[in-house]
Design a protein around this ligand. Structure first.
Ligand SMILES: Cc1ncc(COP(=O)(O)OP(=O)(O)O)c(N)n1
Ligand code: TZP
Ligand code: MG
Length: 205
C-alpha cells in the first residue's frame, strides 16, 4: 500500500475537518492540515478537533506552516516551504521528536533541506494545480527522475513525497520514478465519494 498524505483544502462542499475525516475513513494514515490564509485561532480549533480523530485512526497529523502551533498542540509535525520558517530554526524549536517536511522543486532545494535536517521532502508540482497559488515550475515525471538521480549520486536518503495536480491515473507512473509516497488534495476532494476514492487509491497502489 502506498504512503499517502492527504492535504486539506477549502471547498464549497466540505469543511477542513470533514475533508480530513473522509480521508481517514478511507484509510489514509497521514493528514496535513493546510488552511491557507485562515486565522491562527481557526487553525488551532480545527487541529484540536482533528488530533483525537487522527489518534483513533493511528494516523499522523502535521500542520502546514505553523511551527509554534504544532509545538503547542503536540501534533506530529509541520510542513515548511521556502516562505516559511527555515527548517533548522524549526528543528531548534520542535526538537527531534517532531516530523519536519520541506518543499523542494530543484536538487538545490533538496540539498538545503537535507543539510537543515528535514525528515522528508514534498517535491513538486508534478503538474499545474489550482490548489496552490504561485506554483514553482512543473516537474513532470522527468523532473522526479532527474532529482532522484541527483539525490542518489549525492547519497541523500530522504523519503520523497510527490505533490501537485496528481490524479488517480498518474500514481503508478509517479511511483515508478522511485518516490516514496504521494500527496493528494483535489483528486480526493473532487471525487463523488472521497472516502471510496481514498480506498481505491490505497487498495490499487
Ligand atoms: C507534502 C507537501 N509538499 C509541498 C507543500 C507546499 O508547501 P509550501 O511550499 O510551504 O506551500 P504552502 O502549502 O504553504 O502553500 C506542502 N504543503 N506539502
Ligand atoms: C500544497 C501544494 N504544494 C505544491 S502543489 C500543492 C497542492 C496539492 O494539491 P492538489 O493535489 O489538489 O494539486
Ligand atoms: Mg508553506
Amino acid at each position: 500500500m502506498i504512503s499517502l498524505q492527504f492535504i486539506t483544502h477549502r471547498t464549497e462542499r466540505y469543511s477542513y475537518f470533514e475533508s480530513a475525516r473522509m480521508a481517514l475513513e478511507g484509510g489514509c494514515k497521514w493528514i496535513q492540515l493546510r488552511m491557507k490564509d485562515a486565522p491562527l485561532d481557526e487553525v488551532e480549533a480545527v487541529a484540536l478537533q482533528l488530533k483525537p480523530l487522527c489518534k483513533e485512526h493511528e494516523a499522523i497529523l502535521i500542520l502546514d506552516d505553523h511551527v509554534e502551533l504544532a509545538k503547542k498542540l503536540e501534533v506530529d509535525g509541520v510542513h515548511l516551504g521556502k516562505k516559511d520558517m527555515p527548517i533548522d530554526q524549526a528543528r531548534q524549536i520542535l526538537g527531534e521528536a517532531f516530523i519536519i517536511g520541506g518543499t523542494a522543486n530543484t536538487f538545490e532545494d533538496v540539498l538545503l533541506h537535507y543539510r537543515a535536517g528535514a525528515d522528508y521532502l514534498g517535491i513538486g508540482p508534478f503538474r499545474f494545480t489550482t490548489t496552490k497559488q504561485n506554483l514553482s515550475p512543473v516537474l513532470g515525471l522527468e523532473g522526479y527522475v532527474s532529482i532522484l538521480a541527483q539525490m542518489q549520486k549525492a547519497h541523500i536518503e530522504l523519503p520523497v513525497v510527490a505533490i501537485g495536480g496528481i490524479t488517480y491515473e498518474d500514481i503508478p507512473a509517479i511511483l515508478r520514478t522511485g518516490v516514496n509516497g504521494i500527496a493528494l488534495s483535489g483528486t480526493i476532494l473532487r471525487a463523488n465519494d472521497p472516502v471510496e476514492e481514498t480506498r481505491r487509491i490505497l487498495n490499487n497502489n
